[in-house]
Design a protein around this ligand. Sequence first.
Ligand code: LLP
Length: 463
Amino acid sequence: MSRSAHPAGPRHADVLPEGHYSAPPADLNALDPKVWAQTVERGEDGVVTVGGIGVTQLAEEYGTPAYVLDEADFRARARAWRTAFGADADVFYAGKAFLSRAVVRWLHEEGLNLDVCSGGELATALSAGMPADRIAFHGNNKSPEEIERAVRAGVGRIVLDSFQEIVRVAHIAQSLGKRQRVQIRITVGVEAHTHEFIATAHEDQKFGIPLAGGHAAEAVRRALQLDGLELIGIHSHIGSQIFDMSGFEVAAHRVVGLLKDIRDEHGIELPEIDLGGGLGIAYTSDDDPREPHEIAKALTEIVTRECESAKLRTPRISVEPGRAIVGPTAFTLYEVGTVKPLDGLRTYVSVDGGMSDNIRTALYDAEYTVALVSRASDAEPMLVRVVGKHCESGDIVVKDAFLPGDLAPGDLIAVPATGAYCRSMASNYNHVLRPPVVAVRGGEARVVVRRETEEDLLRLDVG
Ligand code: LLP
């Protein structure tokens, strides 16, 4: 890696331009444990290590960009959720956040279940040995082929998302001589405080069946009539990257209300409710996420209380955290390519990846932080925008952050909290190759998803 200095420029504009940043942090070499994976630390030589391995070594062995995943942290977070909810509840990790066979094995070993939402995710889960009865199958438009595969495999539950799907799953199950365990996903009419694209409990959207207007009650009536279905519960997922627990509380209240109506109308008490995922994580030091045990306590208490007052047996609760487990456990390691100071504005730092490995900034206006990780520096902070190598000015990885003013091409920088919805939403835009996922644990690193190659790209291009 070259370490050539770049021409002197405005390291830190006198008047900072508009942006989402606060003042530069007191110590640019410090790594806030809130946003970095648990085993990340800066060694005495200034190089950041994870799982006991230096990022310079990782870059040499595996190249950049790379997603670096702290396996011990992943397992610890998975275990914390499992322990917090205890034996009377189930934790389904939401595979859409990030799924690979290694992750499936870790989840299995740590006693978690898995939520999948496509044939591809189902195939990954089954091929890594997740028992089918611990898999939940989601999606607002599952194909008949996907449904058939899921039913044949014996998935623990299919979450029904529409009236048409109720009939579709029932017919497929019946034709296979099976009775499929199902939940019905409802929208409870809660406005979750998060980005519009990731809020899912208000009624004007594609997921679920509205509670309002009696639609959910009608869906239950129909499901109960069909021989191919065993209705085991009601599902609600209100959105993602949520910090405020009140939305979950209202959702729990309304779901229990429906259980009560079902008991009153049909004389049955459904044994399960699923309150979905959606718990927020810290992307920057300003975020204050809840711990799994606080979430478990809050949700369990409200469900128990509501059930007591409705004289219902407390159903088995399940939750589906994705981001809260995998998000904080990985960072993306990039090499700095160019450093371009713009007078009075900011310095553009271009890295060897971009919106193809992290679309979240462009898509949701997401905020991230960044640090120089291949060395420590005492240089003055400079306001930077970390951008990728794609042919779009919206190709931004970190909108506003501070890096040391002596940052130079060849330096390694890392963006923390990229474990969720980065590799899983990665693309080949501009035929840029998707980075590998390198898992690190106890001084050892191994590739769990390899880097894409030009051969991979060309293999698909059969014209
Ligand atoms: N359960 C269901 C039914 C879901 O739809 C989701 C996420 C989850 C669980 C997991 O939610 P989590 O705990 O990870 O927040 N691409 C967006 C997030 C989309 C979430 C989609 N559904 C992002 O990058 O923020």
